[in-house]
Design a protein around this ligand. Sequence first.
Ligand code: FDA
Length: 393
Amino acid sequence: MVHRRDAIVIGAGAAGMMCALTAGRRGRHVAVLDHAAAPGEKIRISGGGRCNFTNVHAGPKNYLSANPHFAKSALARFRPADFIAMVEAHGIAWHEKTLGQLFCDGSARDIIAMFLKELAAVGATLHLKQSVVSVERTDGLFRVRTETDLFEAPALVVASGGKSIPKMGATGLAYRIAGQFGLAVLETRPGLVPLTLDPAFLEKIAPLAGVSVDAEVRHGRTAFREALLFTHRGLSGPAILQISSYWREGDEIAIRIAPDVDFAEVLNAARRENGRQSVATALAAVLPKRLAQFFAAETGAERPLAELSGKAQAALVARLGDWRIRPAGSEGYRTAEVTLGGVDTAGLDSRDMQAKAVPGLYFIGECVDVTGWLGGYNFQWAWASGHAAGEAV
Ligand code: FDA
């Protein structure tokens, strides 16, 4: 079957659906195609099923890109408040959890339902289970051939996401299309991903699996203060996911455990109160018990506080404030929430996401070399870049 439209969008994810409804509101006839059986699968599983759909603080500083200025234009023209207005117009209740992160009160499915209503209202057609076989451009017309259908339009928007979670259908198609049309693709790597440890170190911290603690995690000059979680594979939790996007293989990270706690003061006070209590007991007043035991044992300080030398205490306090770890790797695309790198922004117009050298070809969302922090920033980029292209096609 042949479908002729004003624009074709490949990918019925966050960016693709936003683009299609924006273009549809302008009277454009748009076809959205996806190889999945359902639209917005990543929206559905996001935010623990409640979709952290934006962050009220979202700005260019919250994104990683070879060109830190690229995201500015799109982010300025579609702000968190614009998405909140959409959500509210659909009667979706939401709340701020922490650090400006907005979640649905009910379910992430409400966001998908909102998009489907909007797409239907503007007459955009959704074509699921469509595997792209080839993309061509002749005489200013794009032809996207799937196993069953042919889609033709003067504009093609590639919104097929990155490589994260291949089990959910991530394919890297966008990078192939970019390559086919001569656009540069910057090296991709998993982001917002748990970090793994070498077997010897993992064995040492095995008793900590499941322990979570407030921490500041630093890589170079970048630091995030959020929860850190010890797992059976290594390190996770928001603080680690955030720093993972900056970390490179072979690099060290520095962890400051419980930054609000003055450990020297805690130990001194405990010593004054009862010098016979163990270091582990004193630390357990301010840390999870297993973590307290781990640090006490680590510094050879399982003895009573009264017997802990000033030097040994200083070493323990220093370690809690600057614990250096060299992760062995990351869990990779299997669990990464996003893909860093991607279609080089140097080849795109920041106002509408159009390829500078290929009129009518657009790249939006995660496939572009713009990657947000954890906390609703990636959806905000998907909405903003989708909106920018939707205003142009
Ligand atoms: P997205 O991946 O959403 O959509 C791409 C679409 O293209 C998919 O529907 C896919 O099936 C389709 N496709 C791929 N290859 C194709 C092909 N060859 N042919 C046809 N179709 C193809 N972000 C955030 O801001 N808040 C959050 O709470 C979360 N939570 C979260 C949890 C988990 C587990 C993950 C993995 C990720 C998140 N994210 C997130 C990140 C967020 O999901 C991500 O940044 C956006 O979904 C990116 O939107 P896109 O539309 O670019 O890609």
